[in-house]
Design a protein around this ligand. Structure first.
Ligand code: PLP
Length: 437
C-alpha cells in the first residue's frame, strides 16, 4: 500500500481503488465487485467501458488528439454539432463544446450577458435561478446554485437562487395545480423584483439532479416559465447536465413538455465518463447574433471542442439511437420506480419516490404523517448501501430551515431487468437499517 497524497472529500477514509469497470459494475484492487447504481455522479449513460465508446476514442486517439478553437475546427466536432442539432429541443440549434458541466454553465452566462449587449441592452445582467438547485463548482455556476455547496462562498457569490422550485417541499401539501401556480409565481416575483429591464436569464434544471434528488415539476410549469421569459424578454436556460441524453427517457429533460428553451447545457452522460466533456445547444435566434458578430463567441476554454471528446459524444448519440435506449430508459425507469414503490410501502422512512426514466430519487423522512426529514438519513443509507457494495448518490439538500434527506439512483441506460432487481434488493436492505437506528 503506497501513501495517498491525492486530496479527496473523505480524508482519513481509504476509498476502494477501482481497477476495472464494465456496464454497471466496478471491480476494486481487492477483487470486490461494486454495483454502480448512480454512475458516480449520474455520469454513466452507457455504463463503464462501453465497447463502441472505447473504439471511438481509440480511433480518434490515433488520428488527432487536440485542436485549439482559434486555429482549427475538427471533423468530430463538426459531426457532433450536426447530431446535437438533430436531437436538440430547439429550432436551428447551434452547439458549443466544453469539458465539464460547470464550464458550460459559465458559457451560458457569457452567452446570456453578451446576447443582451449585442441587442443594445447592456443593463440586462441579472441572473435568476431556483432553490434547491446545483449548477456547478466554478464561482459563476456556484453563484446560481441554491445548494449547501454555495454556503461557504456566499460572501463572493451573487444571490441568484431566489425562486423556489415547485414540488421541492413535500410537506407543503399543495395540489399539482397549486404547485404549478406557486412555482410560476416564484419566477415571476423574482423577475419583477429585479426589474425585467435588468434580467438577462432564468436558469433551471428541468428535473433536479443532486439538489433535492430528482424533483419533477408539475405539468405546465416549464411552458409557464417559457411564457414568463417571453413576456419579460428574458432568456430561458435549462441546465441539462444530468437530464440530457436519455437519462429521463428522452434526449433532453425538457422533451417531456412542449417547450423550447433558448439554451440548454449538457454534460455527464454525453460522454458516459470516457472523457471530460460537456456542451451547449443554442437556439438559432441567439446563436445568429454571435455568428454575425465580428468576434463571434470567444469565451471558450482551452479544451473546448476537443476531438477525442467530440468523437466519443457523437458515438454516444449513435449508440442511443441504434440500441433504442431512450425507450429502454423509460421502460426500465418504470420498473425501477415500481421496485422503489415496494420499498416505500414496507418502510416507514420513505416519504416519496420520484423521478423520470432512470433518474429516480427517494426522500427519507422521520415518519409518513409529518414527512419531517430524518436527520442524517441520506448519509446513513448511502453508507449502508456501500456496505452491500451498492453505490448510490446521497442528496442532503437545504430547503429553508430544513435539510431534505434523500438518495438518488441513476444507473446506466444499458442495464437489464436483473440488474434492477439487484439494485432494489440491496437498496431495500440498506433502507431497512434506518429502522434499527
Ligand atoms: N449542473 C448540474 C445540474 C449538476 O448536477 C452538476 C454536477 O453535478 C453541474 C452542473 C456541474 O457539473 P461538473 O461537475 O461537470 O462541473
Amino acid at each position: 500500500m503506497t501513501d495517498d497524497y491525492s486530496l479527496t472529500a473523505t480524508p482519513g477514509r481509504q476509498l476502494p481503488v477501482a481497477v476495472r469497470g464494465e456496464g454497471m459494475r466496478i471491480w476494486d484492487r481487492d477483487g470486490n465487485e461494486w454495483l454502480d447504481a448512480c454512475g458516480g455522479a449520474m455520469v454513466m449513460s452507457l455504463g463503464h467501458c462501453h465497447p463502441r465508446l472505447v473504439e471511438a476514442a481509440q480511433r480518434q486517439l490515433e488520428k488527432l488528439t487536440f485542436t485549439y478553437r482559434f486555429s482549427f475546427s475538427n471533423e468530430p466536432m463538426l459531426e457532433l454539432a450536426e447530431l446535437v442539432r438533430e436531437v436538440a429541443p430547439m429550432e436551428r440549434g447551434w452547439a458549443f463544446f466544453n469539458s465539464s458541466g460547470s464550464e458550460s454553465i459559465e458559457s451560458a452566462i457569457h452567452l446570456a450577458l453578451l446576447f443582451w449587449q449585442h441587442q443594445g441592452r447592456p443593463g440586462k445582467t441579472e441572473l435568476i435561478s431556483r432553490y434547491p438547485s446545483f449548477h456547478g463548482s466554478t464561482l459563476g455556476a456556484l453563484g446560481l446554485s441554491g445548494s449547501r455547496w454555495a454556503l461557504a462562498f456566499e460572501h463572493v457569490l451573487g444571490q441568484n437562487a431566489v425562486a423556489q422550485a415547485p414540488n421541492s417541499n413535500i410537506r407543503a401539501g399543495r395540489s399539482p395545480e397549486e404547485e404549478l401556480a406557486f412555482g410560476l409565481q416564484q419566477i415571476e416575483d423574482a423577475i419583477v423584483a429585479r426589474g425585467p429591464e435588468n434580467v438577462a436569464a432564468v436558469f433551471l434544471e428541468p428535473t433536479t439532479g443532486a439538489s433535492g434528488a430528482s424533483v419533477v415539476p408539475p405539468d405546465g410549469y416549464l411552458e409557464g416559465v417559457r411564457d414568463l421569459c417571453d413576456r419579460f424578454d428574458v432568456l430561458m436556460i435549462c441546465d441539462e447536465t444530468v437530464t440530457s441524453f436519455g437519462r429521463t427517457g428522452t434526449w433532453f429533460g425538457v422533451d417531456h413538455w412542449d417547450v423550447s428553451p433558448d439554451i440548454v447545457t449538457f454534460a455527464k452522460g454525453v460522454s458516459s465518463g470516457v472523457t471530460p466533456f460537456s456542451g451547449l445547444a443554442i437556439d438559432g435566434r441567439v446563436a445568429d447574433v454571435f455568428a454575425a458578430a465580428p468576434e463571434g463567441f470567444p469565451y471558450g476554454h482551452t479544451y473546448s471542442g476537443n476531438p477525442v471528446g467530440c468523437a466519443v459524444a457523437a458515438e454516444v448519440i449513435k449508440v442511443i439511437r441504434d440500441d433504442g435506449l431512450l425507450e429502454r430508459s423509460r421502460d426500465l425507469g418504470e420498473l425501477l420506480n415500481k421496485g422503489l414503490d415496494q420499498i416505500a410501502a414496507s418502510s416507514p422512512h420513505v416519504g416519496q419516490v420520484r423521478g423520470r426514466g432512470l433518474l429516480q430519487g427517494l426522500e427519507l423522512v422521520r415518519d409518513k404523517e409529518t414527512l419531517e426529514p430524518l436527520a442524517g438519513a441520506s448519509q446513513a443509507v448511502t453508507v449502508a448501501a456501500r456496505e452491500r457494495q451498492l453505490m448510490i448518490y446521497s442528496c442532503p439538500t437545504p430547503l429553508g430551515e430544513r435539510t431534505i434527506e434523500a438518495v438518488m439512483l441513476a444507473p446506466p441506460l444499458v442495464i437489464d431487468e436483473d440488474d434492477i432487481d439487484e439494485i432494489v434488493n440491496r437498496l431495500g436492505d440498506s433502507i431497512a437499517t434506518l429502522e434499527r437506528v
